[in-house]
Design a protein around this ligand. Sequence first.
Ligand code: DQA
Length: 142
Amino acid sequence: KMIYVLNGPNLNLLGLREPEVYGSETLDDIAAMLEDRAGELGLEIDLRQSNHEGHLIDWLHEAQGAGAKAVLLNAGAYTHTSIALYDAIRAINVPVIEVHLSNPATREDFRHVSWVGRAAQASVSGLGAGSYMAALEAAAKL
Ligand code: DQA
């Protein structure tokens, strides 16, 4: 069973980007950790990153078409702006788990709205790379 792990803008810079906020792991490091654990759980990971909102929407639709078991979605700053992502999450039957490395609720006011969170089944924030790992454990049990 396939788990899509979709990552939005600026997450290609993980490891370099504000490591005091987002940690020192790169997205490749996170992919490797997820793949190891997914193997133990009998799951497969398809991890992608794009800086373009429409790609994330296309991939949510694709997850549905491909019969994915779940989507882990870190939409980056589109989390806080994108009604199109909100609509896309609601448009598919695949469960979506919102993921953030940092805890947006403890940061700037403009991060306190989450359109993704308003459509997602669940949210995991503030655990660094561990947010993805916790979301994978949850997805395995869905
Ligand atoms: C983030 C939190 C967002 O507010 C921010 O825009 C990001 C990363 C996180 O993983 O903590 O790009 O989604």
